[in-house]
Design a protein around this ligand. Sequence first.
Ligand SMILES: *Cc1c(COP(=O)(O)O)cnc(C)c1O
Length: 427
Amino acid sequence: MKNHKFSPESLMMSYGYKPELSQGAIKCPIFNTSTFVFKTAQEGKAFFEVAYGLREKAPSEEMGLIYSRINNPNLEILENRLCLWDKADDCAVFESGMSAITTVLLEFLKPGDLLVYSNPTYGGTDHFINHYLPSIGVTVLGVHPNQSKDEIVELIENSGKASNLKMIYLETPANPTNDLLDIEMYSEIAKHFSTAQNKVITAVDNTFMGPIWQHPLRFGADLVLYSATKYIGGHSDLIAGAVLGSNELMIRVKTLRTFLGNMASSNTAWLLMRSLETLKIRMDKQSQNAEEVAHFLKSHDKVESVNFLGLLVESSHQYDIYKRQCTAPGAMITFNIKGGEKQAFQLLNHLKLVKLAVSLGGTESLAQHPITMTHAGVDPESRKRMNITDKMVRLSIGVEDAKDIIWDLNQAFEKVELSNMEKLLKH
Ligand SMILES: *Cc1c(COP(=O)(O)O)cnc(C)c1O
């Protein structure tokens, strides 16, 4: 009985918070303060010695509170709770997913280095990798789902920069296609190119699956990143990000965060702590709803095809990765409507309950048209390669009653007029 280990979802209401330090309040108050009063000058000196790495922390010593760009109780408690899901040593929360991603890329990549990254990635990440990093002398090399280990190793060797490889950056499942990348395979590639002086880091953007349904650190990844705006926040009312990993790497991430000053605010951290209390039940319900919606779409005669992890063909390589890497199919669905932009827009314009908006992971269901919205800025050639066409609609499924989501989609499909050609094909 003594060694019972609580599940993360049981600890989200209390872990890391001491009511006796806050007048017995059951919930952690919002620490809206820029600075913290030291009891004595000696204490201030001791806190700074640890914060600036001038000496090692004593075994039982906790890092003292100094200034909210360096540390704040709301951030620290939130970070400790996030560590539980991914079983990470440490976590850093940021004021956006993009600031989490760019801080990691800037810390670990220097002029002359090589970055290997998977396609497609989130639009903002794609822009930073393809436009900003080359401007500071980082070489970037894109890879695609379904390329084999040998093919990728050869691509890296042929780049002439194999000895400068510093990071492999993955986003899986890929947005908006739901294509999966094999995290274990990529971390083996990172090991293959690592030397005693140069450890190649594997970083995974786990926004679509995490932190509930996929745990990249268990498959050899070194860092896991989130847009906490999405499932972690989960209510479409804040922007935030997070990075998790080993103490050794997180010290570097947190140090750069201190100097860029892009940490989350105490208000944002407080809202995220509230969100974490319901994270598991929200995500489980969203995924169950998505399974029902995906099956409805699959049997609809105005739908050409559905991309959903719960509908992967069992003999496929993608299914094999899914079974090893994910514990649920998630709650993101894309489908191709019969016809094109006209039909997709008719559907989107007639939705009543499901909202027409980008972003994802919130409690409400959202629909959007990737080629003209989230992926409008992606190079047309790579869009073609990823099968992002004008027929594609992306859904983020929320926590509503699945019956109502299906009712809404069904009534909107009734407003969709197929072209004569599509009607002929139907018969
Ligand atoms: C939204 C998103 C981001 C960017 O996060 P922000 O919180 O909007 O800065 C990064 N990666 C993925 C997969 C996303 O969906």
